[in-house]
Design a protein around this ligand. Structure first.
Ligand code: HEC
Length: 164
């Protein structure tokens, strides 16, 4: 699937804009592409409503993971998956999500996360394909799903992987 590309930032511009108030609304074409990805790959577990299935699949609607100020953790979860105990809005889950690194390109991952953050993440900032590319390259040797403990031990996201 080929998705619309955002224009390249000017050389002196940061890769991603800061603060929700200055971030322009996401491109409708990107939102539509993200919704298509969701309806093909994510809805079977997280459900068309985004509410998941209690005890098995956590909700994405209003999830504090989805609305996180920095999307780095989200990008890692989509690329390589997630396993072991987590909490979503205070409710515990302990399942296994497969990674999508082999099936989704950088634009598709950015689009689905931009769509989810717009739709179900209180309008959190869009995710740039460049951020996905940077993280994908950094984790090129990874195959195993992340655990929450590993995600918590990561150093702070580099400035150019910040979506807000
Ligand atoms: C095969 C089922 C399955 C598929 C397909 C799947 N997920 Fe998940 N997802 C899970 C499970 C299970 C967890 C919780 C893992 C755990 O308990 O450690 C999870 C956790 C998450 C989380 C973090 C917790 C939360 O609820 O916010 C996000 C974000 C997420 N998934 C997004 C996605 C997106 C986006 C897609 C599609 C690209 C997707 N998932 C596809 C099963 C799935």
């Amino acid at each position: 699937m080929r998705l619309p590309q955002p224009p390249n930032p000017a050389p002196d511009e940061p890769l991603l804009q800061s603060s929700a108030t200055t971030t322009p609304p996401p491109d409708p074409a990107v939102l539509a592409a993200g919704k298509t990805v969701y309806n093909q790959l994510c809805f079977a577990c997280h459900q068309p409503t985004g509410l998941g299935i209690p005890g098995a699949f956590p909700p994405l609607k209003d999830s504090d993971w989805i609305s996180a100020p920095n999307p780095e953790r989200l990008v890692r979860v989509i690329l390589h998956g997630l396993t072991g105990p987590i909490q979503v809005n205070g409710t515990p889950y302990n399942g296994m999500m497969p990674g999508h690194a082999p099936t989704l390109n950088d634009e598709e991952i950015a689009a689905v996360l931009t769509h989810l953050r717009h739709e179900w993440g209180s309008g959190a900032s869009p995710v740039d394909p460049t951020s996905v590319k940077i993280i994908r390259e950094k984790e090129a040797n990874r195959t195993a799903p992340w655990t929450l403990q590993e995600l918590e031990q990561l150093p702070p996201a580099p400035a150019n992987v910040t979506a807000n």
